[in-house]
Design a protein around this ligand. Sequence first.
Ligand code: SAH
Ligand code: F3S
Length: 478
Amino acid sequence: MENPNKQGELVVLTPKKNNTRKLFIESYGCAMNFSDSEIVASILYKEGFNTTTKLEDADLVLVNTCSIRDKAEQTIRKRLEKYNAVKKINTKMKVGVLGCMAERLKTKFLEEEKIVDLVVGPDAYKDLPNLIAEVDNGKNAVNVVLSKDETYADIAPVRLNTNGVTALVSITRGCDNMCTFCVVPFTRGRERSRDPQSIIEEINTLANKGYKEITLLGQNVDSYLWYGGGLKKEFINASEIQKATAINFSKLLELCAKAQPKMRIRFSTSNPQDMSLEVIKTMAKHANICKHIHLPVQSGSNRILKEMNRQHTREEYIALIKNIKNTLPNCSISQDIITGFPTETEADHNDTKNLMESIKYSFGYMYAYSERPGTLAQRKLKDDIPLATKKRRLAEIVQIQQEHSLYRTKQFVGKTVEVLIEKTSKKSPDQWSGRSENNVVVVFPKQHYNIGDFVNVVTTSCTSATLIGNAIGYSSNN
Ligand code: SAH
Ligand code: F3S
């Protein structure tokens, strides 16, 4: 899942006067974790906690963790060392771990990391007030129970670290796909969809507060299905009325687009096996649905795709891209790819490279395979590709992607693109930074424009990931 946030980025809320305790909360990993932290902060805000950005001042430190690769877990372990050092001075400080690593390690966390007082899995955040009470009584507290129906639909997330313009809205939780390399089905549990009514209400509230763009979040948004709640498997037993009124992702997308026609709608992540033509047609029908699809492929080799338990072939994936391009010629497509999955040969790797050549993705997130405990790949396959080979293959595909990103970004040079201004450019205080609907970063002189404005920018040059240009006026979307 793409993540617009910086890892570990800190969050502060407008302090509530009567709140006396201080919460330091930081998030690592995917956008879902950042979105979950907003739910957690919302729950604790009501429990008397204000947020702080100073670790030294915190009564409670919460870290929302990621298990996707070993490196992500090592980053968290390092953070815990830092908390440990601070706790030596601020001895009353309590430390809790949330998210995927909490779910994966459970009580083992308490044994392995003495600093940890509290371990809470992704479906147990509503229990935080009770768990914190236990910790206040000098005990350790753990809740890692996964749920079949928790979607936090009834909790209005507080917006953390917000630019006031873009927001994340979660629509599904968990994943049923069981890709053999992936720890997510174990740490986030079964897939469930959130009540569309609550999604639309959240979007309307955001629009009223001045937000201009939302990203619908799910591990696999295309398998969104609402027929009254619960696991998808139960849909088979649902009543005929429930089936007739069921809402799939395409319908949800349409509801969102129509509810706020001036708001930009993005979504992440699409799984090739579940992306339907109906979704592509809905994207074409609504100007406010951004023309960008994050479509992880993982490998270009049919044999490896099968070993990964991805439910599509290379040919089906290419056919899907053709369908997308036929209906949405200007839609940008991005990827996730893993190099060095067990048994991957040079021929498999070459298949990945030539798939990339034939598609020329706009951008991508690429990783060396990291064996995760408990996954099917770990149990059934030997992690047999030497690290040096994984890294060399990774460097090769990163290089190819770099060239393709430049090729794709160049296609916009000399054109006018609509940009939603999000923030000051990191490189220059005199320049704005925003994104085009195709998800390309665009920077340009600030002039009289402001954050949250939709502006038309004529682009004059580019790097592989950024368009550079000049604003020529507000766009009609303002
Ligand atoms: N469906 C999810 C996938 C989450 S994981 C989504 O919302 O995007 C994000 C990416 O991490 C995956 O697409 C995959 O490319 C990579 N990944 C997952 N497990 C991995 C592992 N064990 N080693 C290396 N990369 C992995
Ligand atoms: Fe992981 Fe595959 Fe689901 S990558 S999150 S098991 S779609």
